[in-house]
Design a protein around this ligand. Structure first.
Ligand code: OSB
Ligand code: MG
Length: 367
């Protein structure tokens, strides 16, 4: 494909309900949309940055700057397969969310040109993917139990709850008492310290499916110490930005499961390489979420059809996040807690251009 033009757009979307983690509380998202044009065909994606550098160092401002001033000039006007874009951008170190936004948009455009569903173009093998939900920190255990009950009624196969220091044992114990047999996990988003390892070990009594990223974002070794000390499977999120990080984590014994996010690892090619490594080492993976709009969510669905995405991901229905999503049709989840990847070309979801236009607060065309 020849890469002719990129349009960057920022839109603002208000969440159906606020989402609280150990590091932030969000009621709105500033979404960075990337449209790549190639021979008259558009591909769409989202650079999954936040406004603040709290989950990762990237922000909407850095991603805009890096795409416009560095990434786009490296591929502009070139004849490149989508699968080769990641390696073409290697001179820029890091900035994976910026890279992922550009690269995944190109994959969508290429799949549309070939008239192929993106998930098949990526090599996906399972059209129906298992889904879980991620539930934010709630002020009381009663509210948390109600939220979990609602998601179980909707059919979701796995419940993840956000935890933090001082808001962990009590809610987990309350949930296990009320729901003894569900697939339950916790995500601490790096809130604990190595000195908390004895405390984290006591979570064994909750029989969690896994504990996600309890320790620092840059501390693989501390996760190894924890994983050696506990029978609870540790899943890494913030620690894994590359194939090399994934290999080090596996070789160290720092985790038993890896959460793959397209933005954090830099797009479909990088994600697929990590997926293949994990498959070869018998490490299951699942698709993480960044409260994406439908445009980012569509890419998560396509990636989740790869064979080693065996665990339910944080890929949930549009209506859990947005009163009206920016794609048509919205993402829907079956009563069995699954999403069916569409048979339509590209991501299979059409951006609602009028709505996007109306919500755009700034845009820039790069040629
Ligand atoms: O740690 O997985 C995370 C949202 C924003 C930033 C980090 C995380 C999350 C989620 C939400 O858990 C997943 C989703 O529903 O999109
Ligand atoms: Mg996480």
């Amino acid at each position: 494909m020849r890469l002719d033009q990129v349009t960057l757009r920022e839109i603002r979307l208000r969440l159906v309900k606020p989402f609280e983690t150990s590091f932030d509380r969000a009621d709105e998202r500033r979404v960075l949309l990337v449209e790549v044009q190639s021979s008259g065909i558009s591909g769409w994606a989202e650079a999954t940055v936040d406004a603040d550098p709290f989950y990762s160092y990237e922000t909407i401002e850095t991603a805009w700057h890096i795409i416009r001033d560095f990434l786009w000039p490296m591929v502009r006007g070139r004849e490149l397969a989508a699968a080769d874009i990641w390696d073409s951008l290697a001179r820029v170190r890091g900035h994976n969310m910026a890279k992922g936004g550009l690269e995944t948009a190109a994959w969508d455009a290429e799949a549309r040109q070939k008239n192929l569903p993106l998930w098949r173009h990526l090599g996906g093998t399972r059209q129906e993917i298992p889904c879980g939900v991620s539930i934010g920190i709630k002020p009381t255990d009663a509210e948390l139990i109600d939220a979990v009950a609602e998601e179980l009624r909707a059919g979701y196969q796995r419940i993840k709850v956000k935890i933090k220091r001082g808001r962990d044992v009590e809610p987990l114990a309350a949930l296990r008492e009320r729901f003894p047999r569900i697939r339950l996990m916790g995500d601490a988003n790096c809130d604990y310290r190595p000195s908390d390892i004895p405390h984290l070990k006591t979570f064994e009594r909750f029989f969690l499916m896994m504990l996600e990223q309890p320790l620092a974002y840059d501390d693989l070794y501390a996760h190894r110490e924890l994983q050696q000390a506990t029978s609870t499977p540790i899943c890494l999120d913030e620690c894994i930005h590359s194939w090399a990080h994934a290999r080090a984590a596996i070789e160290l014994g720092a985790c038993k499961i890896i959460n793959i996010k397209l933005g954090r690892v830099g797009g479909h090619t990088a994600a697929r390489r990590i997926h293949d490594l994990c498959r070869d080492r018998s490490i299951p993976v699942w698709c993480g979420g960044m409260l994406e709009s439908g445009i980012g969510r569509a890419h998560n669905i396509a990636m989740s059809t790869l064979e080693n995405f065996t665990l339910p991901g944080d890929v949930s229905a549009s209506k859990r996040y947005w009163h009206e999503d920016i794609i048509d049709p919205p993402v829907e989840v079956s009563q069995q807690g699954t999403i069916l990847a569409p048979d339509r070309p590209g991501s299979g979801f059409a951006p609602k251009l009028d709505m996007i236009e109306r919500l755009t607060v700034r845009h820039e065309v790069l040629r």
